[in-house]
Design a protein around this ligand. Structure first.
Ligand code: HEC
Length: 134
């Protein structure tokens, strides 16, 4: 294929729903900062400082968490949180706040930030694979 048309094809493809992973910079630092505030208000009392877990609630960062979520998608994580958390009042945050909290969880798990915020539509989040290792 001619090089220019290959480049155009690439641009077209990258606008479609190309599968991404959490290593591709899928959230911004600023968004993770907002997520941290939401986390402090709605999640910290059970999941602990720095997502390390607490009495009766699992850690949301570290090997065990990543092992559990490896191969799943950001959409699955988002939906689980949106439908079941905070456990005493599920669904009490906005979709955007839940997306911010997922961004915060990604940042604490040391996935890199990027230029674009994590979306709050489940469909596009389903394209982002969680991979414990690059
Ligand atoms: C009142 C305590 C409590 C609060 C508040 C709470 N959680 Fe949880 N969370 C739990 C418990 C208990 C579990 C384990 C549930 C189970 O295993 O069935 C859990 C499980 C989870 C899981 C699944 C972990 C895994 O590895 O599968 C995620 C993700 C999660 N919570 C995120 C959050 C987020 C984000 C918030 C804030 C919006 C939050 N939780 C608020 C108690 C809480």
């Amino acid at each position: 294929m001619h090089r220019a048309s290959a480049a155009i094809l690439f641009v077209l493809l990258s606008n479609a729903a190309v599968p991404r992973s959490v290593w591709d910079g899928v959230y911004t630092k600023q968004q993770a900062g907002r997520g941290q505030s939401a986390y402090r208000e709605a999640c910290l009392k059970c999941h602990g400082e720095n997502l390390m877990g607490g009495e009766g609630a699992p850690a949301l960062a570290g090997d065990e968490f990543l092992h559990h979520w490896n191969g799943k998608t950001a959409g699955e994580l988002f939906e689980l949180i949106r439908k079941t958390m905070p456990s005493e009042d599920p669904g009490s945050l906005s979709r955007r706040q839940y997306a911010d909290v997922v961004a915060y969880i990604l940042s604490v798990n040391e996935f890199p930030g990027g230029e674009k915020e994590l979306e709050s539509e489940t469909e596009s989040l389903n394209d982002i694979r969680i991979e414990a290792r690059r």
